[in-house]
Design a protein around this ligand. Structure first.
Ligand code: AMP
Length: 147
């Protein structure tokens, strides 16, 4: 996938937005959706995506949509750090296959980092559904307290 490949409405995140594929949702408003990564690189790995922008990457995303995504990224990063108490947190965004992008609907990764723990392999190693459900409930509960 090059940086100029047209947007494919059948990509997995577009399917999740439409409700055609499931996700472990953490947060949703009119413009932004956040859910747990199915192949987490660390405990709490979360993805944040725009719902209304059919954009592959940072080059073609609508600026207002990107701003709304980043506001949610900051809010959820605070929640995740508060709840999971990692020692660090990475916020990452990849553009084009050579840069590591595997799903071509723009998204931002929130990856908590724990001292002494390496990063899992990118987009590999599916998490146990029971673990994801438990983590989802834990983070949703904390998000709910924000009002
Ligand atoms: P990237 O490689 O930056 O495009 O990131 C795509 C991310 O989406 C990877 O971290 C994958 O583990 C993750 N992913 C792929 N399919 C799903 C899915 N159905 N639900 C949640 N996360 C997914």
């Amino acid at each position: 996938m090059s940086l100029t490949t047209p947007y494919d409405p059948q990509n997995i995140f577009a399917q999740i937005i439409r409700g055609d594929a499931p996700c472990y949702k953490l947060y949703e408003d009119d413009d932004v959706l956040a859910f747990l990564d199915l192949f987490p690189q660390s405990f709490g790995h979360t993805l944040v995506i725009p719902k209304r922008s059919a954009a592959c990457n940072i080059l073609d995303v609508d600026t207002d949509a990107l701003a709304k995504v980043m506001a949610v990224v900051q809010k959820l990063t605070r929640v995740i750090v508060d709840e999971l108490q990692p020692d660090g947190v990475q916020v990452a965004q990849f553009n084009g296959a050579p840069a590591g992008q595997t799903v071509f609907h723009i998204h931002v990764h929130i990856v908590p980092r724990y001292s002494g723990e390496g990063l899992g392999i990118h987009a590999a190693g599916k998490a146990d559904p029971a673990d994801l459900e438990q983590l989802q409930a834990r983070l949703q509960q904390r998000i709910a307290t924000l009002g």
